[in-house]
Design a protein around this ligand. Sequence first.
Ligand SMILES: [Zn+2]
Length: 341
Amino acid sequence: MLIVHSDAHRQHAPRYFLVRGAVQQNPEIPERAERLLAAVRDSRNVIVEPDGIRDDVLAAVHTDDYLAFLRDAPAAWAALTGAASEIVPNVHPNRYTTARPQGIVGRAGYHQADTSCPIGPGTFTAACAAAACAVHATRAVLGGARVAYALCRPPGHHAYADIAGGFCYLNNVAIAAALARTVHGRVAILDVDVHHGNGTQGIFYDRADVLFVSVHADPSNYYPYFAGYFEERGAGAGVGANLNLPLPHGTGDAGYLEALERGLDAIRRFAPGLLLVSLGFDASEHDPLGVLKVTRAGFAEIARRVAALALPTVLIQEGGYLSDHLGGLLVAFLGGFEAAR
Ligand SMILES: [Zn+2]
């Protein structure tokens, strides 16, 4: 399989985030990508570096103000007296206020949804490299490859058009989908990360040309809390092109695959020209952040069923956190996919 990876992800190494008010080590660390890459370094795979990414490709999804913020904020932040090495806002707009302040603290609060998306000096470089991996893999599939895997880090599916959140800065899968739309009239995104892809949903919520299907843990007591419910079916022209399938915490293979089948049915009916998969492994029974109980064999079965759609497919890495099983989950998924094609 074609695998696209960039070492530039190492320039983003967030230090901490808040969990229930307590400072903890940020789990979205470079070792995640190193372990995934090590697991797939063998003769069956071709690993390539991505081409660079153009600003207009990013701007198909993200606002100019937001891209300028990600690029320029570290220098402005570093000029503050007593600032930490990473940008973590201490104030956010609420449901009643929408003003856009000029100072860096207010801008940070405007563009960062939570404390789990700290921005350091190398964050924008790493995020652009991750988006470049997704774009490179998508171009390969648009060019005739049946499947390609983008080892993106940082992940992307919690990022909106102008808001970072949940370890995500640029929405890699959305950027790839926008590119795919320049060739195909309809594209579908299947998100199997344990967390709802709220950013991706938000970006395409009012569009009929991009179907978004997400299977994830019930958000009523889990990130991202404020989105991911079954009732969210899209808006305007996009009504019917958004399908959320939240699962009770503790759900294992059988319940997961049942929901997946509903999602795959929706994708078949939509008949897209290309499929993008937001591939998280944090639904694993072994994931330190996860609340579902999908086994390694379950991930292989998910892959077989996705591959059976027989669509040109781009696999884009999202979450999945450090455990002794992380690399094995990727091997199982790619193996299941290849076996079914
Ligand atoms: Zn996740």
